[in-house]
Design a protein around this ligand. Structure first.
Ligand code: FE2
Length: 165
């Protein structure tokens, strides 16, 4: 079935798989926030690093490939402007989390707020941006998926070679 295929294997579905993956990591993080055990602290630091890596790569493939293509194909680009502004705030928080030396209450707060940014980002993409991308005939979202997948692997390798293996 062409429609099903289109929605399960295009550029939007690749991005949405990232969204689901990272939401799960935020949830795992939240479950650890009550604990002061050293193992929980270590796990939180690891999860936070993974979240930051996933989101940086996700933002970069959106900015390099998805948003510019969409910008050229659709008329109403306000949403894309907003998405790029939101990316800038998220990146600032990601940098703060990466640089933090302690996994304390402020660290938890930063991860929580980053999760809220991402929830909002996901809502906007699912309800508006992906809908518009799939509605236009000017984009080959299946070919774009391949391109983004390749770029993603490349970027993941640069960031965390041991994780991308
Ligand atoms: Fe996204």
């Amino acid at each position: 079935m062409a429609t099903t295929k289109r929605s399960t294997s295009d550029a939007c579905s690749l991005l949405d798989a990232d969204h689901r993956k990272v939401k799960k990591m935020f949830k795992d993080y939240e479950e650890l926030t009550g604990s002061r055990a050293a193992s929980a602290t270590r796990k939180k630091r690891e999860l936070a690093n993974e979240i930051c890596n996933e989101l940086s790569v996700h933002a970069q493939i959106e900015e390099e490939i998805f948003y510019p293509a969409l910008r050229a194909a659709i008329k109403d680009t306000d949403l894309l402007d907003e998405a790029e502004v939101e990316h800038a705030s998220a990146k600032d928080l990601i940098a703060q989390i990466r640089d933090a030396s302690d996994v304390d209450d402020m660290f938890d707060a930063k991860v929580k707020v980053l999760g809220e940014y991402i929830d909002h980002h996901v809502k906007e993409e699912r309800s508006e941006i992906f809908t518009k991308a799939r509605a236009t005939r000017k984009l080959d979202l299946v070919a774009m998926k391949e391109q983004m997948q390749m770029r993603k692997e490349e970027l993941m390798n640069e960031l965390a070679p041991e994780m991308a293996a």
